[in-house]
Write a new protein. Structure first.
Length: 403
């Protein structure tokens, strides 16, 4: 509900005040009466008014003198005043009234219609001014909130910069301090195999093999963690990319030189065929070549790995396009996964299969997701146990993303 407009009516005659109250009886107005200049001043101190209706001839302080006092005070200087007089034809009264800031004159007895019309104009003006003041306060509050948010953002950026520096130091430590003991482990394993191999039984050779394999897996894990860490700070360098050639080239490299020193015969049970690539024409894109190469490396490597127990493994790579961009996919007929674990699929160190079944570090898909997000796209997967899996990722057009 709209707040009523305060109007102060000043007259030393009670009957005149009653007449004014009767004429201006309206739920949109709150009328405050004052029978003298002193009472009017007290009312002006206590409350804010949109309009004063002021009689000129009053005992003691006249209306003209009261108007002078009102206009001299900062709080009330802008309050409009309508003078009432029974001597409207006296030019000096008119000049004196306008001289102290009157906005209008009305002659007694007042015409109710004219008075209501004039008061309505000033009441509406006050309402508009009040709305503007409220809007200005809201804007000032919003500006203050924005300044606070900008300050918080600046502090967060400073914190992030510090964290990135600490992360750089941590990455350096991983690169050097953690690799050194791994190199020592590998060296001692080789020394044991070369110097004491003939003294070890089958179990001893197996245990040494486990140590060597785990050291190799730790090295790959360190590499993946470093890649994941560096990716957040690495600049995206945009160029035109032939996605068909990229996917085909990475698949051929994977099957000839699988990561970690594996070979396809090592991965395949006897009598099983090597993986076959069914690649559809892929639309070219704009993006970071090194990053998108890593996307195909990780997705295709997973497809090769999880189809290794299939008699006739097939990996399909394709795409669909629309105005927003292109959705690429890598599909396999491997072991698949249960979709109730989808929330874990792209998390760091989250694996849906044990390392005894399929080796891995649990970082690869998290790295893929971060790369796709850096390109303004999204990634998701579908799968069923024993029925293969399909990984989709979108790359927006250059008009709809900001690299």
């Amino acid at each position: 509900m709209t707040q009523p407009i305060n109007i102060l009516i000043v007259d030393d005659e009670l009957k005149n005040l009653t007449v004014l109250e009767t004429i201006l009886d309206d739920p949109g107005y709150r009328l405050v009466r004052a029978e003298s200049a002193d009472k009017a001043l007290l009312a002006l101190v206590a409350e804010d008014f949109a309009l004063l209706i002021l009689d000129i001839r009053m005992p003691g302080m006249t209306g003209i003198e009261l108007a002078q006092v009102i206009k001299e005070r900062e709080k009330t200087a802008l309050v409009p005043i309508i003078f009432l007089t029974a001597y409207y034809n006296e030019d000096q009264h008119i000049l004196d009234g306008y001289g102290v800031g009157a906005v209008d004159y009305l002659q007694k007895p007042v015409n109710p219609t004219i008075l209501r019309s004039k008061v309505a104009v000033f009441a509406e003006l006050h309402r508009r001014q009040r709305e503007v003041a409220i809007a200005n306060r809201a804007l000032l509050a919003e500006a203050a909130e924005r300044r606070r948010a900008e300050e918080q953002l600046r502090e967060l950026n400073e914190t992030l910069a510090t964290a990135n520096q600490e992360l750089e130091g941590f990455s350096y430590s991983i690169s050097h301090d953690l690799r050194a003991p791994l190199r020592a482990v590998n060296s001692f394993v080789k020394m044991l195999q070369q110097g004491y191999g003939d003294r070890l039984d089958a179990e001893g050779h197996r245990l040494i093999g486990v140590v060597a394999s785990e050291a190799l897996r730790m090295g790959r894990l360190i590499d993946d963690l470093l890649a994941f860490s560096h990716l957040g700070r690495q600049q995206v360098r945009c160029s035109a990319i032939d996605m068909t050639a990229l996917a085909r080239g990475e698949f051929e490299r994977l099957v000839s030189e699988p990561p970690g020193g594996r070979t396809i015969p090592d991965l395949k049970p006897e009598g099983h065929a090597p993986p076959r690539l069914d690649i559809k024409p892929l639309p070219p894109t704009q993006g970071d070549l090194a990053m998108l190469r890593q996307v195909f490396v990780n997705l295709l490597d997973n497809a090769v790995k999880f189809t290794s127990r299939q008699v006739a493994p097939v990996i399909e790579v394709g795409a669909t396009s629309d105005a927003a961009g292109t959705t690429y996919y890598v599909k396999d007929n491997g072991v698949g996964f249960d979709e109730k674990y989808l929330s874990k699929l792209f998390g760091v160190f989250q694996r849906l299969h044990s390392n005894n079944d399929f080796e891995g570090t649990g970082v690869g898909l998290a790295l893929v997701q971060r790369i796709i997000h850096r390109h303004g796209g999204k990634i998701w997967a579908e799968g069923k146990p024993g029925a293969g899996a399909t990984f989709y990722f979108t790359l927006p057009t250059t008009r709809t993303r900001e690299l």
